[in-house]
Write a protein that binds this ligand. Structure first.
Ligand SMILES: Nc1ncnc2c1ncn2[C@@H]1O[C@H](COP(=O)(O)OP(=O)(O)OP(=O)(O)O)[C@@H](O)[C@H]1O
Length: 412
């Protein structure tokens, strides 16, 4: 899936974020305000619990979610994911901080306006599906619309539309108890989608499903998202699921958001030892791409500018016996080798043309390490990374870094 977001937590600032969370804090317990004060004084969670009996579930969380983004919040049990998610639609009242939806501060809404937002703008899908047992699939899906006061004919038509979308056609008149877990979660998802919300909150939505069904549901959700372009905030404690689904991932620990980034950023630049230990076992080959491995300032032999003489000079200066050959405007032509450049010079040829090997494999910035495996050769040939639009050379990956990335070992 295409990853559209780059830079740790950096978003396209030309557009207003769909959701902006600023210093969100949630404290459970009676002496919340005292606890908040202690938190602001820099006291630890454990000290605050000792002093006040209050639990700091979310501590100063700040991040933005862009329109159409699939944003995953990941953390172990008790890290505060569900608490944070429930604050976003104020199922739980945050103790401090702001939540801006399309620039409007949700924390300042009165009850009526909040109801309106929950019905129209933010819908939630729960882990345990939350279905009404005595209502049919169609009635369950239409339930939110019924609460909004929509007439039966209209709401059934809307629910029938969504039924098709989530693959429940033919099951409309069944009761939840007649369905498998995966099917029940489709009903939960359909009910959330029937409201046509801008933001979908999904709380461990697939965690109760067995692994095969879970993978299938993940695929279907990604397919749906390709069509719907909703803003999705998805909670999971499973890193593989987070990597599979997320455009970006926020990692939580002890109530704090400790890193926000694309899966690749989190794997290549973990914010601390905790994140490193988390990502250790992930199969990096399918996630790391050429863009994060390449040297973006390689020495190049510039065709027509650098003749054999100039190319040899560059080889001598760098100690390299192979250089990428490019045109003056950086279009990649191939590689030149020391031995052949010497021969060209000996023959008195004015350019390095005859020395250029044009038939070499190239990678694009989003080519994964796995896709580059066939490029591992016995020779020390680097991999050229080019822009797919215009074939300009963007960087080089040395054979050594490719081997280290694929095997985890230094080449012998
Ligand atoms: N209603 C509550 N009252 C008091 N403490 C709570 C309440 N709900 C959660 N907590 C505490 O807040 C912290 C964060 O819990 P939360 O459920 O948000 O974590 P989580 O990451 O979603 O974990 P899980 O995956 O197990 O649900 C935990 O220490 C938990 O014990």
């Amino acid at each position: 899936m295409e990853k559209r977001f780059t830079g740790s937590g950096q978003l396209n600032t030309l557009q207003m974020p769909k959701l902006q969370i600023d210093n969100l804090t949630l404290i459970f317990g009676r002496e919340r305000q005292t606890a908040l004060q202690l938190l602001r004084e820099g006291k630890s969670k454990a000290d605050i619990l000792d002093a006040t009996g209050c639990t700091v579930a979310v501590k100063n969380a700040s991040f933005q979610v862009e329109k159409g983004e699939f944003f995953v919040i990941m953390g172990l049990s008790g890290s505060g994911k569900s608490s944070l998610l429930r604050c976003l639609n104020r199922l739980i009242e945050p103790t401090a901080g702001d939540i801006l939806l399309n620039g409007t501060n949700i924390t300042a809404l009165n009850e009526a306006a909040l109801q309106q937002t929950r019905r129209k703008e933010i819908s939630m899908v729960f882990q345990k599906f939350g279905l009404l047992p005595h209502r049919t699939v169609l009635e369950n899906i239409a339930f939110g619309l019924e609460l909004q006061g929509m007439a039966p004919r209209e709401r059934n038509a809307k629910a029938t539309e969504v039924v098709e979308l989530v693959g429940l056609k033919g099951y409309e008149q069944m009761l939840p108890s007649e369905l498998s877990g995966g099917m029940q979660q489709r009903v939960g998802l359909a009910r959330a989608l029937a409201n046509d919300p801008e933001v979908l909150l999904m709380d461990e939505a697939f965690s109760a499903l067995d692994p095969l069904i879970r993978t299938q549901m993940q695929d279907e959700l990604l397919d749906l998202q390709e069509k719907m372009h909703k803003t999705i905030i998805f909670i999971t404690h499973d890193l593989d699921e987070a990597i599979r689904l997320g455009d970006r991932i926020a990692i939580m620990k002890d109530g704090e958001v400790i890193q926000v980034g694309t899966p690749e950023e989190i794997l290549t630049a973990p914010a601390n030892d905790y994140v490193s230990s988390f990502v250790e076992k992930v199969d990096r080959k399918t996630i790391i791409t050429a863009s994060s491995m390449m040297d973006t300032k390689p020495t190049m032999a510039v065709f027509r500018k650098d003749g054999p003489e100039g190319s040899l000079r560059k080889m001598r200066a760098t100690g390299l016996d192979i250089l990428p050959a490019v045109t003056v405007d950086k279009h990649f032509l191939g590689f030149v080798y020391l031995r052949e450049v010497l021969e060209v010079k000996k023959r008195g040829e004015p350019t390095i043309e005859a020395a250029i090997h044009r038939d070499v494999p190239v990678a694009y910035p989003d080519t994964t390490v796995e896709q580059m495996l066939p490029f591992i050769a016995e020779t020390d040939k680097p991999v050229a990374v080019v822009d797919p639009k215009n074939n300009k050379l963007l960087g080089l990956i040395s054979q050594t870094s490719l081997i280290i990335e694929t095997t985890g070992n230094q080449p012998v």
